[in-house]
Every structure is written in C-alpha cells, then in structure tokens.
Design a binder for this molecule. Structure first.
Ligand code: ARG
Length: 464
C-alpha cells in the first residue's frame, strides 16, 4: 500500500525500515481513543463548515463500523501501516472514499497522537486509582480485623518499641493514599487537549478547539501549539506516580517476605499467593511478594527511559517521541497488576499474633518507657537513658528481660524506682501510653483509622 505521504516520494521504504519505524504494535491499544478523537474532529469540521454534514456523518458511521470490527477481532492490522492513526484512516477511506480522505483536514498525526495518548492515559490513571483504592481497602480490612495485635516495631531492623499491627498496616495505607494523589495529579496533567495544534504551528482552517475539548471531555485546550505536540510531561508524571507506588509496594512485600520466614513466623500466606519448589517438597515460597518487589525495577526503568529520551529534544515533534508509549503503558499495566496481586495477598494472609507478641517480648522494648519513668520523676532524660542502659547491660549479662529484674536491681541504679515500675514493663501499657496524634495507642490508631477511611471515601467519590 502507498504511504499517506506517497505524493512526494518515488520509492517506498524497505520492508525492514517500515517495520523498524512502525509503532502500530504498541499504539493499536489506543484504537478506541483514536476513533473518539477523529469523530470529535470530524464533527467540529462540519460544525465550522469545513466539511459537509454528510461527509461528517459518513466519517462517524465508518469509524464506528471500524471500531466494531476491531472489537470483534475482525480487523486485520497491516504492518505497512506505521501506526494506529494511519491504519484507521486508511481503512476508513477504503470504506467510504473521499469523505474519509477529508478527515485529516486541519490535523496532523502530531496533535492526533498526543490527543489519543492523553485520552488513553486518563483512562489508565483512573483504573490505577481504582485499583489503588482496592488495595487500601484490603489493608484497612486487615488492620480492622487485628486492631489490637501487638508486634515489635523496628528501627534498623532491630527491635525498638512495641506497636500495633494495625498501626503498621495503616502506615502503608497512608503511603498508598499519597500515591493516589500522585496518580490523580498525573490524570490532571493528561487532561488537556492538543487537538488543533496540527503539525506544530496551528492551522489556517477556522477550527473550534473549544468544541473538541468539550466533545472529548478534556479540561481545557493547550494554549501553545508547539507545546501541545511536544509535551510528554503527563507521561513522566504518570510513570513517576507508578514508580513511587511500586517502591511502596516493594517495601510492603519485603516485609511480607520477612514476616513469612521461619525466623519471623508473623504471617502465613494463603496457598494461592505462594508456590512450591520443584525439588524441595517442604517449600512454600512467597513468589508473588518477591515478584512485586522486583517489578519496581522495571517501572523505574520505564520512567528513566522517557526522561532520557526527552532530554535535549528540540521542539516540536520528533520521531523520538514515538518511543513514549510503550514504557508508559508498561508502567501502568505493571502497577495495576501489582495492586491487584497485593490486595489479594494482604486480604488472604493469616496472622500469627502469638509469634508477634513473643517477639515483642524480646529485645528490651520497654527500655524507653523505663527511661521516661525516671525522667517524669525529675531525672534529666539523658541521665535516665544512661541508667536504663546499665540495666539493659545487666539483663544482657544475666540473659534475662527487664521484667525479670527485681525491684532492688532497679533501685541499685536509682532510688527513684518504686513498685509501680512494673507498669512500664507491660507491652499493652507501653503501647497504650503512646497517645499522641499519630501514635500507636489503640485510641490514637482508631482516630487514625477514621481519617484513613474518610480519605478513602473521598477518593472513592473522585473515581465514581
Ligand atoms: N507514529 C507516530 C508516533 O507515535 C505518530 C506521529 C508521527 N508524526 C510524524 N510526523 N511522523 O509518534
């Protein structure tokens, strides 16, 4: 088939360069957005008296019949078509003749491709926002089911202070809440209409860009035609949002992997989120958590690839920009799959509260509270810190816990210690004492839970 620009050429491209230059295998995913964009453009051309109403109707009907064929799997894509835009326009003209050949009036593939991509990525951002909500629901649900379970809290992966498991889960809910906002920002970045910028400079036809903006559901028309065809920030924004969220998932999954190990034994993953070994009959591996942990590498790679592609790129459209879609689609698909997998894994995992409590009883998790006890009785905190350090050293030598020391042992270090020190050694009391906003006491966590679910409701409203 002759290329759309065959007028100026004497020879066709060779078969290899045709394939090398094509984006059809990737951008055919945007067939529906391409058809929507073309319908809006055709209606606008007719409204402005640039093409006849009859031609516009023939174009709309022809495009809808192509959409139907693609969706039924009856459309044969030809690799001689460079991209989805040419595939659909070429077929339209074969079906309806001259009316089809008028569709591209006042339009370039440069504004067309960005219109399609923006529409497509708005849809992807929206479904990512929905999947993000489902994962947050799964985490909130696990937290609610295990509201008062105590586990060791860590710094440097060393036992630090006891925390509620629900508090730990909610930390991830907040990370994902920020991810939702980042995805929403990416949606907003994509929500602007480049159509009407034509190749780079606008066009001599009296186009109504407000009309196509409204028809296509964009927030506004992009005010600069050069920027309209060369901007890919909205893809960077989306891939950045995906990258950060993948990093959050990698942290969550790393903990799931640790927690499901024999050393921790905090959780048991459901069989449907585990695999066995081909040689070791006893194995139950957290493959899917590992896979999610690793996917962040890929998604960050997608982001970096486009950043580097855009670096130093002169205005306006350059063919380099054709490399933009594959990574963005991959990043969105990958994150969405990770969200779905993580949600299933979280909601089906079984907790082992006894193991968590047993671990929280090791490692002197009460030490800060013992120091606070002295400080509240007037000893400067730095001094109190040192006193408790000595007590911990004593325990270390005796191979016992702070709760195993006698009152005399405490009093040998400071005469401020009295009977009531036992209250500082109880894990529940330690947790309950952390009542500051955002702290781990049961009541503070309940308040936090209300805030998290309120934001979830709001975000559900945004996606509805
Ligand atoms: N296949 C191209 C892309 O995806 C469409 C735009 C091509 N424009 C051009 N002047 N070659 O970017």
């Amino acid at each position: 088939m002759a290329a759309l620009w065959s007028g100026r050429f004497e020879e066709g491209v060779d078969e290899f360069t045709q394939r090398f230059g094509a984006s059809l295998p990737v951008d055919k995913a945007m067939y529906s957005e391409d058809i929507d964009g073309s319908i809006a453009h055709a209606r606008m051309l007719a409204k402005q008296g640039i093409i006849s109403a009859g031609d516009a109707q023939a174009i709309v009907d022809g495009l809808e019949s192509i959409r139907k064929d693609i969706e039924a799997g009856d459309f044969i894509f030809d690799i001689n078509d460079e991209d989805i835009h040419m595939a659909i326009e070429g077929e339209l003209t074969r079906r309806i003749g001259d009316a089809g050949a008028r569709l591209h009036t006042g339009r370039s593939r440069n504004d067309q491709v960005s219109t399609d991509t923006r529409l497509y990525m708005k849809g992807r951002a929206r479904s990512l926002m929905q999947a993000n909500i489902s994962l947050r629901e799964a985490l909130v649900d696990q937290a609610n089911r295990n509201m008062d379970v105590i586990m060791p809290g860590y710094t440097h992966l060393q036992h630090a202070q006891p925390v509620l498991f629900s508090h730990h889960m909610l930390a991830y809910v907040w990370m994902l809440t920020r991810d939702f906002d980042r995805l929403k920002a990416a949606y907003i970045a994509a929500d602007a209409n480049p159509l009407g910028a034509a190749a780079l400079a606008g066009t001599t036809y009296p186009l109504d860009r407000e009309f196509t903006t409204e028809q296509l559901g964009f927030d506004h028309a992009i005010p600069n035609s050069l920027d309209a065809v060369s901007d890919r920030d909205y893809l960077l924004d989306l891939m950045y949002a995906c990258s950060v969220s993948c990093i959050h998932l990698s942290r969550l999954c790393e903990e799931i992997i640790l927690w499901s190990s024999a050393e921790f034994g905090f959780i048991t993953l459901s069989d449907s989120y585990s695999t066995g070994s081909s040689i070791m009959p006893q194995k139950k591996n957290p493959d899917f958590a590992e896979l999610i942990r690793s996917k962040s590498g890929r998604v960050i790679g997608d982001l970096v690839a486009l950043l580097v592609t855009l670096k130093s790129l002169p205005l306006a459209y350059n063919k380099d920009l054709q490399e933009d879609k594959q990574g963005a689609m991959d990043a969105a698909d990958t994150l969405e799959d990770c969200y779905v997998c993580a949600a299933g894994m979280i909601s089906t995992m079984q907790l082992n509260p006894d193991a968590m409590l047993a671990e929280a009883s090791k490692g002197y998790l009460a030490a800060t509270d013992v120091a606070d006890y002295l400080a509240k009785k007037g000893m400067p905190f730095r001094r109190a810190h040192e006193v408790v350090g000595h007590l911990v050293l004593l325990c270390d030598k005796r191979q016992c816990g702070l709760e195993d020391l006698a009152l005399e042992d405490f009093q040998a270090e400071s005469d401020l210690f009295e009977e009531d020190i036992v209250g500082c050694l109880d894990l529940e009391a330690i947790v309950d004492a952390r009542r500051t906003f955002g702290g781990t006491s049961p009541n503070a966590v309940k308040d936090q839970m209300s805030l998290a679910t309120e934001k979830l409701d709001q975000d559900r409203g945004i996606c509805a």
